[in-house]
Unconditional design. Structure first.
Length: 122
């Protein structure tokens, strides 16, 4: 039966094979549903043909390549600055210094033991 369906979809079905396929489709609704599904799949495949690229396709691709190259150049420049100890290398140190400077100021005093308690009379 699959051979008959394949010939039907290809358009190579003889008259006697067409009559046999018609009888089989009338007797088996599942076979008819399968044939309709295959026809729909072929119709979708035929509608989805490759299109020619637009005339501006090459220009658009080259613009994207140039933009990517500019972005890569900027990334390399940033990487070189970081490796050379630029501002991004100082951020951790600046954070520590800002935290130290922002704490409340207290005068430093030396620890002294508490004064001795008076001894009660006996």
């Amino acid at each position: 039966m699959d051979e008959l369906i394949q010939k039907y979809l290809d358009g190579d079905l003889s008259d006697e094979d067409a009559a046999a396929l018609t009888r089989a489709l009338a007797d088996d609704p599942a076979l008819e549903a399968e044939l309709r599904a295959l026809e729909q799949a072929l119709a979708l495949a035929a509608a989805n043909v490759a299109r020619e690229p637009s005339p501006a396709f090459t220009d658009q691709v080259m613009e994207r390549v140039a933009a990517g190259a500019a972005g890569a150049k900027k990334a390399r420049r940033t990487q070189r600055r970081r490796a050379a100890g630029g501002l991004s290398a100082w951020w951790p140190r600046l954070g520590w210094a800002a935290g130290f400077a922002a704490r409340p100021w207290r005068p430093r005093t030396r620890w002294r033991p508490p004064p001795p308690r008076p001894v009660p009379p006996c």
